[in-house]
Design a protein. Structure first.
Length: 85
């Protein structure tokens, strides 16, 4: 299993760290991407299109309006776990 972690901001590092730590405990491969649905929607779309063919699940971490999980899910058929911060 391979999981993509997409976070809307580097300021969510503490939550990213906890997600990484948990995945590592279970021996699950992951990759972290930082991209904002508000500031760079096209970049997020590019990431999701790449992730769709290489990963099995997406964890989307976002603060404030928490639009990222819904935005990511709109471009993917993979399971998306939204984590509000």
């Amino acid at each position: 299993m391979k999981v993509a972690i997409i976070s809307g901001s580097k300021s969510d590092e503490n939550v990213i760290y906890e997600a990484k730590k948990t995945l590592e405990e279970f021996g699950i491969e992951y990759k972290v991407y930082i991209a904002s649905a508000h500031r760079s929607p096209e970049y997020v779309k590019e990431i999701v299109q790449k992730v769709n063919s290489e990963f099995d699940c997406i964890i989307a971490i976002a603060g404030l309006s928490a639009a990222l999980p819904g935005f990511v899910a709109s471009y993917s058929t993979l399971p998306v776990v939204g984590v509000p911060v």
